[in-house]
Design a protein around this ligand. Sequence first.
Ligand code: DQA
Length: 144
Amino acid sequence: GIIHVINGPNLNMLGKREPEIYGALTLDQINEELKNRADALGLSLDFFQSNHEGEILDYIHVAFEQGPAGVIINPGALTHTSVALRDAISMLSCPIVEVHLSNIHKRETFRHTSMIAGIATGQLTGFGHYGYYMALDFLHSLAG
Ligand code: DQA
């Protein structure tokens, strides 16, 4: 099955966007490294980024029909606000790893709540781009 790597709003701006918080790598660079690692592990990835909540929901609906092997998702600010995204992810029966580059629990109070955490398999927050690679390693550990 396919592992979906989903990034939400403003994550297309990685590398330029508040690099002291989110790091210097672009999303393309992170995804390229993820792809290299997935190839080495024999896993297939599908990448998606959107600034539009509805497009992310549509993508998850298509993924649902395909029966994904896993999801790695950084929902960006939708983490803190979107019941609709939580409901969409709740449809999936595969493992879900929530990733944040920054540690949301040591930032502003409004970032401490995740709508997603309660329905995710687990949350990786504060490990920068390594969080994505850790998520992939975790999903690989299940596939084996
Ligand atoms: C983020 C944290 C969110 O609070 C923020 O809105 C983002 C990025 C992170 O990766 O650290 O857009 O998900």
